[in-house]
Design a protein around this ligand. Structure first.
Ligand code: 5GP
Length: 186
């Protein structure tokens, strides 16, 4: 039996990574796909755990060799999901989470219509801005660029199967957990 693929997208700073991490602690059968990216590694990140950090030339070679299920340019960097990573997981019956942007989500939905698409919304743009500042991982120029993309990201939420508002972390976590459990049992 092949596993389910859950695609989870959100604007930057909506709390997606923390939610997904907590979800995987609740449900240890879920695995997170590790993407490739050309973005610079941030403090605290580990190559091969958070992402495979590669240069633009190598990424473009992987595109050329059709090694990505999907890829997109997000905030000026490439991000992509390697086909082999996904196949290896789901062929073994594992459920997998793709934490990818809305462009990648759309590409995956076309190729694999059975994927379950979840969009996480921040409670408000104001709160989102505060979270990005508190996260303290990006310069103010990068934060401004990201905020400018947020409205665009939010305009694609209606294309997803489920939209969750992350105003209360525990509530949002329970909502995602309920969705995952429903598909697990079906
Ligand atoms: P960050 O740089 O903050 O880790 O991620 C920036 C954005 O890139 C997030 O919206 C994240 O979901 C998205 N992203 C991460 N990996 C992938 C991927 O493999 N494909 C696509 N399309 N987007 C990704």
């Amino acid at each position: 039996m092949t596993g389910n693929i859950f695609v989870i997208s959100a604007p930057s700073g909506a709390g997606k990574s923390s939610l997904v991490k907590a979800l995987c602690e609740l449900d240890t059968k879920l695995k997170i796909s590790i993407s490739h990216t050309t973005r610079k590694i941030r403090a605290g990140e580990v190559d091969g755990i958070d992402y495979y950090f590669i240069n633009k030339k190598n990424f473009e070679e992987m595109i050329f060799n059709n090694e990505f299920l999907e890829y997109a340019e997000v905030y000026g960097n490439y991000y992509g999901t390697n086909i082999d990573t996904i196949n290896e997981f789901i062929d073994n019956g594992n459920d997998i989470i793709l934490e990818i942007d809305w462009q990648g989500a759309q590409q995956v939905k076309i190729l694999m219509p059975n994927v379950i698409m979840i969009f996480i919304k921040p409670p408000s743009l104001e709160e989102l801005k505060n979270r990005l500042i508190r996260r303290n991982t990006d310069s103010s120029a990068v934060i401004e660029k990201r905020l400018a993309s947020v409205k665009e990201d939010l305009s694609h939420a209606h294309k997803f199967d489920y939209v969750i508002v992350n105003d209360q972390f525990d509530n949002a976590l329970q909502e995602i957990y309920a969705i995952v459990s429903e598909y697990r049992n079906s």
